[in-house]
Design a protein around this ligand. Structure first.
Ligand code: NAD
Ligand code: UDX
Length: 471
């Protein structure tokens, strides 16, 4: 079957659906791209005239939205219509960890994938290519296929006219938040898994508008699905490895940035992803490793499961270790102490706080009786309030209305604080004027730099005590 792709629909207008479709629309002016979501507020925000109100912050995204929106890129809530018109449908819905039932706490919750597949099955027409862009457990394409054809079967049984057909491809997304647009425009590779050669060719032709052919890797469905989980597990493993060594540095006088440089200069190892910090966050690593653990156990591979589980254990330990260091350095108690938190997003250049190490570290400090002042350049107050309330409630930590206050700048945050804790590596925090800051903090003042980005010599000169990760 030859496919002609004129209309693309993407189900899910989140951190992946939004940026990835903006790049396709920008690179393929002859294709109409419609991004749909059940979340009306999110769609409204994507359509906001004021580009600083887009639902996600991502450098360079506003330029693409300005260029393509309402020309060949549309954000809509009418999912049925978009499915009906589409030749190719991307599934970019969320796949969080299951909270209840079989596999709770480890397996991915596929209810949103299933719901989308059911809608596609019902409302699509003609030959439709369904592309899994969400990160999915290996062999999910089998489930997606069976749901897609279920409606076709029921039409067959009723002898009703039925001209639908589907081809399922796996095309996992490797973008990282904060650098999404660059990652999408200049990918290391594009992975397409499938068994329908014509459908693969149709998707490949879209990417060929801007990606070199040798970067497009084609595999079977299962290798593609498993490669995505594996890539995330390997990346997370590097961070837990370097964070474990950061603790050894702190005990021995070695410096983690020297060790990372020396290790990373080995071609076989490479220099990326060796930055020690407060532990990895983000919506993907934890859930994808948990899923790998679940899959390993499911296939009876218990040693494999416990190997990958350890990466998560070290990540939790690193966060706990940091909050304990803060308590210890501040004379063993935080009650009546004011601590300024610099950064709440899980990394710089994003407003995403999902699984941010800041959440657990702040919760631990609140439990110790600290009053927090929190500043992040891009995360809004409501998000911080919601994250901290949920974290306190789920771990039975008592909090009150003055346990934390969200500030809108660095100076208000530092004013009368006993300590500052850098939790996100925003550039603004690498360039702090320590002379000015030292004058407004309470003394003795402390700086806890969990990202190793501040100028510790200048801070020290201004009588600030310093703890930096891995030093
Ligand atoms: P997200 O939560 O930001 O966005 C998902 C969107 O899908 C939400 O807006 C939700 O309302 C919508 N949705 C859910 N069910 C729907 C339905 N039936 N119909 C219409 N809309 C529906 O999630 P995300 O961060 O964009 O991640 C999406 C997928 O991509 C996940 O599987 C994730 O693992 C994977 N991924 C994420 C990243 C990342 O950096 N965030 C990178 C690569 C891959
Ligand atoms: C990750 C993967 O990188 C991406 O390929 C995948 O598609 C989605 O998940 P993301 O979570 O957006 O992307 O960010 P990433 O840059 O991977 O950072 C994850 C976490 O690791 C962040 O909390 C970051 O601060 C931390 N990190 C990263 C470190 O602590 N040290 C490093 O050297 C790199």
């Amino acid at each position: 079957m030859n496919y002609k792709i004129k209309n693309i629909c993407c189900i899910g207008a989140g951190f992946v659906g939004g940026p990835s479709m903006a790049v396709i629309a920008s690179k393929c002016p002859n294709i109409n791209v419609t991004v749909v979501d059940i979340n009306e507020k999110r769609i409204e925000a994507w359509n906001d005239k004021n580009l600083s109100n887009l639902p996600i912050y991502e450098p360079g995204l506003d330029v693409l939205i300005k260029k393509c929106r309402d020309k060949n890129l549309f954000f809509k809530t009418n999912i049925e219509q978009a499915i009906f018109e589409a030749d190719m449908i991307f599934l970019s819905v969320n796949t969080p960890t299951k909270q209840t039932g079989v596999g709770a706490g480890q397996a991915l919750d596929l209810r949103w994938v299933e719901a989308s597949a059911r809608q596609i099955s019902k409302f699509s027409t003609g030959n439709t290519i369904v592309v899994e862009k969400s990160t999915l457990p290996v062999r999910t394409a089998e489930t997606v296929k069976s749901i897609l054809i279920s409606n076709k079967d029921s039409l067959d049984k009723k002898n009703m006219p039925n001209s639908k057909s589907f081809s399922v491809l796996s095309n996992p997304e490797f973008l990282a938040e904060g650098t999404s647009i660059n990652d999408l425009e200049n990918p290391d590779r594009v992975l397409i898994g499938g068994d329908d050669l014509k459908a693969i060719e149709a998707l490949e032709n879209i990417y060929l508008n801007w990606v070199e052919p040798q970067k497009i890797l084609k595999t079977n469905l299962w290798s593609s699905e498993l490669s995505k989980l594996t890539a995330n597990a390997f990346l997370a493993q590097r961070i837990s490895s370097i964070n474990s060594i950061s603790a050894i540095c702190e005990s021995t006088g070695a410096d983690i940035s020297d060790v990372a440089e020396a290790v990373g200069m080995d071609n076989r190892i490479g220099s990326n992803f060796l930055k020690a910090g407060p532990g990895f966050g983000g919506s993907c690593f934890k859930k994808d490793i948990l899923n790998l653990v679940y899959l390993s156990n499911y296939y009876g591979l218990e040693e494999v499961a416990s190997y990958w589980e350890k990466i998560l254990d070290i990540n939790n330990w690193q966060q706990k270790r940091i909050s304990e260091i803060i308590v210890h350095k501040l004379f063993g108690t935080l009650s009546n102490k004011c601590i300024g938190i610099l950064g709440f997003a899980f990394k710089a250049n994003t407003n995403d706080t999902r699984e941010s190490p800041a959440i657990n570290i702040c919760r631990d400090l609140i439990e110790e009786g600290a009053k927090l002042k929190i500043y992040d350049p891009k995360v809004n107050n409501l998000q911080i309030d919601m994250d901290l309330k949920n974290a306190c409630i789920s771990s039975n930590v008592e909090y009150s209305s003055d346990s934390w206050l969200v500030e809108d700048n660095l100076y208000k945050t530092a004013n009368n604080s006993d300590a500052l804790v850098v939790l996100t590596e925003w550039e603004e925090f690498a360039n702090i004027n320590w002379h000015e800051i030292s004058c407004i903090m309470r003394s003795p003042s402390w700086l806890f730099d969990t990202r190793g980005i501040t100028n510790k010599y200048i801070a020290k000169k201004n009588n600030i005590n310093i703890w930096q990760v891995g030093v």
